[in-house]
Design a protein. Sequence first.
Length: 302
Amino acid sequence: MSRQGLVVSRSNRVLKGTGIRTIVRSALALREGQATDTPRPPNIRYTLMTRRRRIYEGKAKVLYEGPEPGTLIQHFKDDATAFNAKKHEVIDGKGVLNNRISEYVFTNLNEIGVPTHFIKRLNMREQLIREVEIIPLEVVVRNVAAGSLSTRLGIEEGTQLPRSIIEFYYKNDALNDPMVSEEHITAFGWANPQEIDDIMALAIRVNDFLSGLFLGVGIRLVDFKMECGRLFEGEMMRIVVADEISPDSCRLWDIKSNDKLDKDRFRRDMGGLVEAYTEVAKRLGIIAENEPIGGSSPKLVQ
Ligand SMILES: Nc1ncnc2c1ncn2[C@@H]1O[C@H](COP(=O)(O)OP(=O)(O)O)[C@@H](O)[C@H]1O
Ligand SMILES: [Mg+2]
C-alpha cells in the first residue's frame, strides 16, 4: 500500500549522470509518477530513503506532512469508494485525473478571489496545500434534482430546481454522513452562525463559478460537494475551500446527451469512468486531445 521507501525498478538504459543526486532525483520523479529521461544504472535496485510523515489516509487521498509548517501534501489515490466504502475498486488513472482537474478548479477559484487551501500541484498525483482545520461538514449545492434528493423527496432525476439548494451533511463515516440542519451544526459546535454564513457565501460563489465553467464546455453542473476549513494566519482565521473538486465530488452531465461524466458511473456500475473523467479534462483544456491518460505512474516494484 505505502509508496514510501519503495524500491525503484531497474532500467537498462545507458549509464550517464549517475551521481547520487541524479539517482535520487530520478527515484523521486519515478515515485511521483513524473516522466524522467535521466538514465539509471542497470541492474541496481535503489531504495528511496526520504520518508514523509503520513498524517491521514482517507478513502481517496493520503495527506502527508508538507515541506513547511502549515502545509500538507495531498496525494490522490486511484481508489474509488461509494455507499460509505461498502463498494470499493481501484481504477487506474483516476487519481491523476482528479489531481489535474481539482488543480484547475482551485487555481481558478484562487484567481477570482475565492479563498482555497490550494498552493500548487507538485506532480501527477500530488499537490501542496495549506493545512486547515476541517469543518466536519459536507456542503452540497444542488441545481438539478439527482441522487439522494430525488430519492428522499420523490423528485424525478433531471428536474431543474427552482433555485440552487445548499445542504449540509455531517462528515462521519460511522454514521453514514447524515444530513443535518444549521440547528445541529451550531448546537453541537461544528461551526458557529458566522461561519455558516461564510460557508454558504463560499458555496454560492463556487457554484456560480463552476456552473459557468462547465456550461462553457457543454456540461451541466447538476450538484457538487465541497469541504471547508479554518485557515489560521497569525491572529486571524478565515474559512477557505479545502479537499478537492473533481468528477468524484460533482455530478456532471453532458448538456446534449445527458451522459454522466462523474462518479455515478462507478456508483451505478456503468463503466467508462476514466474515459468520462478524461473527457472532462479534455473539454476544460487541461489535457491535450491526443495526450495519453489513464495509466498511473510507472510500475513500482516492492
Ligand atoms: N487543507 C486540508 N487540511 C487538512 N485536512 C484536509 C485538507 N483538505 C482536505 N482535508 C481532509 O483530508 C482528507 C482527504 O482524504 P479523503 O480520501 O477524501 O478522506 P475521507 O475518506 O475522509 O473523505 C479528508 O478527510 C479531508 O477532510
Ligand atoms: Mg473525501
